[in-house]
Design a binder for this molecule. Structure first.
Ligand code: KG4
Ligand code: ZN
Length: 348
């Protein structure tokens, strides 16, 4: 079966074609709105949905062309049904329903988190990776979510822990905005941290989990950074950043300490999860934050120490994309899970 995957949950329009018979990603096309939101230091929902509407058809045509296919060759349309920004989700949903209805194709609603979880199965050239063994632990971290799952099989996974407040990527983006680094912040925070070899000068507090109660929380960490900047004369609680007092050294120090804190939190929680689920064969690191080389190394160390395997999604499939949705749509189709035409979007 040939599956068209449509992802529009936030600020990326992603469309891809996955062939379940060949177990191969035939093509994937993406339009990223980063440039549109850059000046605001974060995603503006109204701008996001308008841009989705503008790009939806163009990106779909690009994906079909890349696969050398016509719409008529597609058997089923898999679409992100949530969670995400309602306006953005609705664009992909209405578009996909339209294609499915008009072309008498099957429709498959895909949960965005599930897309990220299984993105790790997509190899460099679009082939399905065959070295990933169930059950495994997945750490999914992006701008909208941070969670640990025990992944049992295709489409079967249990939530182990999730953030109580902000996502890790969100913490990077918000601190990067205060430091005036730019948007999105994750990669820039990493760059500044690398300048001083990932030193932990500021020693921000880490949330503490136990094996019984594993949890993520980044809002306290964000506040700790903010008050540290106030103390250092770089931020005014009433008026915001004091630009002239934000030196390159300060940027590096804060970025590095923030990243090391997140690295410690991730490592500790993964270690707890392995203890709690000793049957897990390894860890898969997915989501936009999985682009981070420093965090990859920290998690790899945790795995090596316990003789567990470590897999990470391809960089182009870490951030939001249509390929992961097409892939999930593929196994759902094989399992016979289809959606009705009254499928709706879910914000959470
Ligand atoms: O998966 P994604 O595209 O969107 C959501 O589903 O949220 O992830 C975007 C997030 C942003 O917060 C961005 O700062 C973060 O991924 N990110 C990174 C890196 N590259 C992107 N975080 C840390 N290090 C990176 N190199
Ligand atoms: Zn995402």
């Amino acid at each position: 079966m040939k599956i068209l995957g449509v992802e529009t949950s936030c600020d990326e329009t992603g469309v891809a074609v996955y062939d379940t018979t060949k177990k191969l990603l035939c093509s994937h096309a993406l339009f990223s709105q980063i440039k549109l939101h850059e000046r605001y230091g974060g995603v503006v929902p109204e701008i996001a949905s308008r841009s989705q509407l503008e790009k939806m058809s163009v990106v779909t045509q690009e994906a079909l062309q890349g696969a050398g296919l016509q719409l008529a060759d597609i058997d089923a349309v898999a679409v992100t049904s949530g969670p995400g920004l309602v306006g953005s989700l609705l664009v992909g949903m209405c578009f996909s329903k339209g294609i499915a209805w008009a072309g008498n194709k099957k429709l498959i609603g895909v949960n965005h988190h599930e897309g990220h979880l299984f993105s790790v199965f997509l190899g460099k050239n679009g082939e399905m990776k065959d070295d990933i063994t169930f059950p495994f632990i997945a750490l999914s971290a992006s701008g909208g979510h941070t969670a640990l799952y025990l992944v049992l099989d295709f489409g079967r996974y249990d939530l182990i822990a999730q953030t109580q407040d902000d996502a890790a990527g969100e913490a990077f983006d918000k601190i990067a905005k205060i430091l005036g680094l730019g948007y999105p912040g994750g990669a820039l925070i990493e760059q500044y941290a690398r300048n001083i070899d990932f030193r932990d000068d500021c020693r921000y507090p880490r949330t503490k989990s136990t094996q019984e109660h594993i949890m993520f929380s980044f809002s306290g960490l964000k506040t700790a950074v903010l008050y540290d900047l106030v103390k250092k004369g770089a931020y005014n609680l009433a008026t915001g950043p004091i630009v002239e007092n934000i030196s390159e050294d300060l940027r590096s120090q804060v970025s590095s300490s923030l990243l090391v804190s997140v690295g410690d939190i991730f490592s500790a929680n993964l270690a707890h999860a392995f203890k709690k689920h000793p049957q897990a064969t390894g860890c898969a690191f997915v989501g936009g934050v999985a682009c981070n080389q420093y965090l990859r190394q920290r998690l790899l160390d945790v795995c090596n120490k316990r003789e567990k395997k470590f897999w990470v999604a391809q960089p182009s499939f870490c951030t939001d994309n249509g390929a992961m949705i097409a892939f999930v749509g593929g196994y759902k189709a094989e399992q016979g899970f289809f959606s009705n035409i009254d499928l709706d979007v879910q914000r959470f």
